[in-house]
Design a protein around this ligand. Sequence first.
Ligand code: XMP
Length: 510
Amino acid sequence: MITEQILILDFGSQFTQLIARRVRELNVYCEIHPYNNIPPIAANTKGVILSGSPCSVRDADAPSVDLTAFRHHMPVLGVCYGAQLMAQKGGGEVKPSSIREYGRARLNEIDLANRLMHGLDLNSQVWMSHGDTITSLPADFEVIASTETVRVAAFQATGEATYGIQFHPEVTHSTQGKQLLKNFVVDICGCSQDWTAESFVDTTVAGLQAQLGTDKVVLGLSGGVDSSVAAMLIHRAIGANLYCVFVDNGLLRKDEFEGVLDSYKTLGLNVKGVDAKDQFYHALAGLSDPEAKRKAIGKTFIDVFDQEAHLIENVAWLGQGTIYPDVIESVSVKGPSATIKSHHNVGGLPDFMKLKVVEPLNTLFKDEVRLVGRTLGLPNHILGRHPFPGPGLAIRILGDVTAEKVAILQQVDALFIDGLRREGLYDQVWQAGAMLLPVQSVGVMGDERTYERVVALRAVTSVDGMTADWAHLPYTFLADISNEIINKVKGVNRVVYDISSKPPATIEWE
Ligand code: XMP
């Protein structure tokens, strides 16, 4: 059971997830819900934060909520749009800003006695990003902070735990934003900051035991962090009733299948390794189009997994490593995401998809998943792994995929990744790998002319994979790796390094 939580109402701001992250960093559990689909308010809700929005409260169809459901019942904090909405609903006025209110500003007047502003410094830097501004407050509201150009930078409804701020405390440019959020969540809402990875594990394991009882669960492991942590949690709750399946699709890194399978077994997981390489190569034969390759891999995975699920008698649940950003994306006020995979619905649902779904990580952000994994004793070589795409090396072999090409790319990739680890560079890059190009070029080895393949090495720095910069790896390292690859991998005579950023390029080449 979660003992207390903060409710965040999403009006569509790009920063809403950041608010949630900041609150979680304070060890307080919170959930984001769209303003137009609010669940019944849980009894343990200690306060509400209204997010920003790309909309204007002056629009005819402006997003809105019934504030009487919250005000006077619990503390409320409106951020930007949320603040403007409260001011307007209370009888104040919101108009287009006559001056630019975007970027850094300083709070040159602060009511430091106010609980929301406690501990802030005069001239504290804040981040503004709005086209509208509050020009007059309702009679029973008072200004508690101003900047040179924005009089109502922050307000309080007099004598009531209802606050609004027109700046964004959740972005790091608001240098004391975290202090302000702490004032709200801890001092004003009274949250006790007891939500930690350890408490998450304890409550989730107890919850899973109650939910699953003696039922059996099947779960597909990928070798990645999310499915591994989900498996560890469910395993801690129901032990051998969790049946894990780890499929070798023939597109994994060199020796990855055996290595990861061994780690899972050492961790005590009940895991079956399934060698389906030939089935995948067969499905991929002759396909060059990247999307066609992805579809073939997805469909083959479903066939293999369905077959395996049928071998487990009376299995009732499908375990999945879905994490919070996936959930938020699919319920966001911008509408359901377009990520539903088409092949899931071709020819009806496979039997395993008719199982009840258990997703123990669906309230966690990625870094929280890692913390939970660490708490559960997952080794660093699984926790700290670079992301690896589901279709694996297939989307790093440009053009059609064959077992021979996979073998070449696995060798190149292994030399590159081992080199990064050896030189202490692995943890400095977000993701790295090699691409096998559908190009041959002339070279010379000894006295012989060669006509062999080109590989491209790719390493990027990134926070979330949405944008990325090419990693500025040392020249000496690139020189050594290039030599090593050409000397050791038969069939490759040229190595290039990808120096494109995302955007406009992507991380993978297909
Ligand atoms: P891009 O190439 O879009 O990649 O810049 C961003 C991140 O997503 C991974 N990626 C995939 N992951 N299935 C996956 O599970 C896919 O089809 C896929 N395509 C790209 C990529 O490795 C990077 O981490």
